[in-house]
Design a protein around this ligand. Structure first.
Ligand code: SAM
Length: 226
């Protein structure tokens, strides 16, 4: 039998507010406190679902300092949920350090299944989804060239997160390292009103997005080397 969970990792919508599970809503209501990357963003989300709960800031800039205190509270019997601004915590978001610390302290941790941007992007792309690697955000400067060089021989489908203003530059670099004929898909604003999934060779995607003023949130899926 499972012992009672003390830390819940709770995924939240990546755009469409209907994309939250019944269990996520129940857990958010039941826990003693909620750790939030941005208390204002998560406060709005909770308000939308009619949940009143204490929100405690937990982000990249304070997580090293606050984890010990959180672990102590959980050891004393409290329960908490971790949410990020959107999607699943610990996926290109804070969460890993807290999960690791709780496991090391012998606490029960449970991640609820739920929204994350890379899964719909991968499936929408129509590119092989049987084997893939998630790269998240590439390093901006140091390490970028090394990473791209090693990915040039990658045979699995690759998934990247990117900001809109760096999209064209990133696509051009991918074309340089992987070849401009490589098949890819750019998913923009997933689950939102202006969602689009643009599929084609890297050369075609560059031509398409160069003509636009790209806005919104972006996932890039690229076929592996055949
Ligand atoms: N934890 C999130 C997850 O589970 O996907 C990721 C958080 S990361 C800080 C934010 C990045 O996720 C964005 O820059 C974008 O690359 C991707 N993303 C989040 N929401 C998205 C959406 N609705 N459409 C496309 N990409 C999205």
């Amino acid at each position: 039998m499972r012992t009672a969970t003390q830390l819940y990792i709770v995924p939240t919508p990546i755009g469409n507010l209907e994309d939250i599970t019944l269990r996520a809503l129940r857990i958010l209501k039941e826990v003693d406190f909620i750790l939030a990357e941005d208390t204002r963003t998560s406060g709005n989300l909770l308000k939308h679902y009619g949940i009143e709960k204490k929100l405690v800031p937990h982000h990249l800039f304070n997580e090293h300092k606050t984890i010990e205190n959180i672990v102590d509270r959980l050891k004393d019997g409290a329960t908490c949920a971790l949410v990020s601004d959107a999607g699943t915590p610990a996926i290109s978001d804070p969460g890993y350090l807290l999960v690791r610390s709780c496991i090391q302290a012998g606490l029960q941790v449970e991640c609820l299944p739920g929204p994350t941007a890379f899964v719909p992007a991968l499936v929408n792309s129509g590119i092989a989804a049987d084997h893939f690697i998630f790269e998240g955000f590439l390093p901006h400067k140091k390490g970028r060239h090394t990473r791209l060089t090693s990915l040039a021989s990658e045979e699995r489908t690759m998934i990247f997160y990117e900001s809109p203003h760096r999209l064209v530059k990133a696509l051009k670099q991918f074309a340089e390292y992987f070849g401009e004929d490589r098949h890819a898909c750019v998913s923009r604003e997933l689950t939102k009103i202006y969602e689009e999934n643009v599929r084609g060779s890297l050369a075609e995607l560059i031509a398409w997005f160069e003509r636009k003023n790209v806005k919104g949130e972006i996932v890039i899926v690229i076929a592996g080397k055949s």
